[in-house]
Design a protein around this ligand. Structure first.
Ligand SMILES: [Zn+2]
Length: 88
């Protein structure tokens, strides 16, 4: 019986590839669920997703009529991703 889920980088990369669409609300419910499922087992991704959601919420409350994701935020997201999954 294993307690710790192995942190599978490929899964993480696949998740992060979807994240930018997730931010824009372009994903269907099923894909959102995929992301949330992964984050549930993957602590680094969970932390990232939480940060992401907070930032999105902040963006929306500050500028509800703007695109949900300003460019500065996309850059921040990429920096976060690289912290967790080193660029190759
Ligand atoms: Zn992960």
């Amino acid at each position: 019986m294993t307690m710790a889920h192995e942190h599978n980088r490929r899964d993480c990369l696949a998740m992060f590839a979807k994240l930018s669409e997730y931010i824009d609300n372009e994903l269907d419910e099923l894909t959102c669920k995929d992301i949330e499922d992964h984050a549930r087992h993957c602590i680094p991704c969970k932390a990232c997703l939480e940060t992401l959601k907070q930032t999105i919420g902040l963006c929306r409350s500050l500028a509800p009529n703007e695109k949900p994701v300003p460019e500065a935020f996309s850059k921040r997201l990429k920096a976060l991703i690289q912290k967790i999954v080193p660029d190759k």
